[in-house]
Design a protein. Structure first.
Length: 63
């Protein structure tokens, strides 16, 4: 799902969970939200691939 072209266009802001948000503007917050949504989508895609792999392995070794 995430190829090199997508990597080049993904949001680049780094966000540390729990960090102080008081100095960030609305625009900064919007950018962070977009970056986190992108990361969540990436994590979910990897999770789906790994689950499919596990299910395939279970099916292959099921007697």
């Amino acid at each position: 799902m995430f190829d090199e072209a997508e990597r080049a266009t993904r949001p680049r802001n780094v966000h540390e969970i729990g960090q102080d948000l008081s100095a960030l503007s609305v625009s900064d917050l919007d950018e962070r939200i977009e970056a986190l949504r992108w990361e969540i989508a990436r994590l979910e895609e990897d999770r789906r691939r790994k689950q499919a792999s596990q299910e395939a392995a279970r099916a292959a070794f099921k007697f």
